[in-house]
Design a protein around this ligand. Structure first.
Ligand code: PLP
Length: 398
């Protein structure tokens, strides 16, 4: 629960939108502020000040590597999940263009950072295939088996989905892709820091993560690149990041990423064990207390903090606004598409009819949430839904 002051009135606010972003942990903020003062040098400079900044980068490289079971030398810092996804997909596409492989595969429920990158490459002549999912929100390995050709350069399937939280069978999908000679990338922006992620166990070649999804700052993330993988650099310039990404590093942001990664590694398992029952109680309370509700996607395997629920005969945007007025922050799904009435591409890909893609709300829990928050949501939500329904005369649709 967060308390804020609005027009002199104290308002209790409950934040249930942690998949959009998380508040930076106070230690992250403290260490970033210290880094701005003490590690202001250019990490490429050979003198003391530069080396102090470089040492800060090295510390984070080890922390990120520790979080995902990797070697520090394989971690490249980026400006976040979007850049990491672009870097991975465009980097492989450009590096493999000369081999004649001109086919890219992704799942239909990827984040826009992946989907729009594929669209951009399709305009440049790349053949692209989107893998379907069923009502469970999971990619079937058989769908990938059928889509793979000898021409496939890269397969990109996200580890956990940002809207519904489902976890994909990455190890199996990566095995299939690699057996056909394709490179495998996973967007782990919604799993890294929330659940154990191990690049070796997953068997992937590339993995994206983003600091602001696990209590770090915005605008900083990493791409893990398996040693030996050929990848075109996204920028031309200096030799930073061993020539893999030119541009002076965002030292303070990277320090924040490192602190967040260390804390996540330490707390992740206990926090998941605390959040999953809290999420489940919220979910059960809504399903039991509000008629005409259903969960979107399978309940397992799923990240511990997320549930996505459809509310029959309620427009999601209206519910989101009514909940916000009651001090409860939720989302209609992907942060990028909220604020518009665009139906969720994830729910659409899962085969849900148009009304259901527009009546669904994502609740994503995090560190500050408690039993009292769940009690409050369960106390106010039924009345809000009933009121919204009384304003519409549309017939019930399941
Ligand atoms: C699955 C997924 N990939 C990529 C991104 C983009 O990450 P960033 O906000 O760091 O650019 C997000 C952000 O919501 C995401 O959820």
């Amino acid at each position: 629960m967060l308390r804020s002051c609005l027009d002199g009135k104290r308002v209790t606010r409950i934040y249930l939108d942690h998949n959009a972003t998380t508040p930076p942990h106070p230690l992250v903020v403290e260490r970033m502020a210290a880094a701005l003062h003490e590690a202001f040098g250019n990490p490429s400079s050979v003198h003391h000040f530069g080396q102090a900044a470089k040492a800060a980068l090295d510390e984070t490289r080890s922390a990120v590597a520790g979080l995902i079971g990797a070697d520090p030398s394989e971690v490249v810092f980026t400006s976040g999940g979007t850049e990491s996804d672009n870097f991975a997909i465009r980097g492989v596409a450009e590096a493999l263009e000369v081999t004649g492989r001109r086919h890219l595969i992704a799942s239909a429920i990827e984040h826009e950072a992946v989907l729009n990158t594929l669209k951009a490459l399709a305009r440049r002549g790349w053949r692209t295939t989107l893998l379907p999912v069923d009502h469970s929100g999971i990619v079937a390995p058989d769908a990938l088996r059928e889509a793979l050709t000898d021409d496939t350069a890269l397969v990109s399937v996200m580890h956990a989905n940002n809207e519904i939280g489902t976890i994909q069978p990455i190890a199996e999908l990566a095995r299939l892709a690699k057996a056909r000679g394709a490179v495998f990338h996973t967007d782990a922006v919604q799993s890294a820091g929330k659940m154990p992620v191990d690049v070796k166990a997953l068997g992937v070649d590339l993995l994206s993560l983003s600091a602001h999804k696990f209590y770090g700052p915005k605008g900083v993330g990493a791409l893990w690149i398996r040693r030996g993988l050929r990848l075109q650099a996204p920028t031309t310039g200096g030799k930073q990041e061993r020539g893999r990404r030119a541009g002076t590093e965002n030292v303070a942001g990277i320090v924040g990423l490192g602190v967040a990664a260390q804390m996540a590694e330490r707390k992740m398992v206990d926090e998941a064990a605390r959040l999953a029952p809290l999420r489940d109680r919220l979910e059960e309370g809504i399903l039991g207390g509000v008629p005409g509700t259903a969960i979107n996607g399978t309940r397992s395997p799923r990240v511990p903090n997320t549930t996505n629920i459809s509310f029959e005969r309620v427009e999601a945007e209206s519910l989101l606004i009514a909940l916000d007025l009651a001090g409860i922050a939720v989302s209609t799904g992907s942060a990028c598409s909220s604020g518009t009435l665009e139906p969720s591409h994830v729910l659409k890909a899962m085969g849900f009819p148009p009304h259901r893609t527009q009546n669904s709300i994502r609740f994503s829990l995090g560190a500050a949430n408690t039993d009292a928050d769940v009690d409050r949501v369960l106390a106010v939500l039924p009345g809000i839904v009933e009121k919204l329904r009384s304003l519409t005369r549309a017939p019930a649709r399941v």
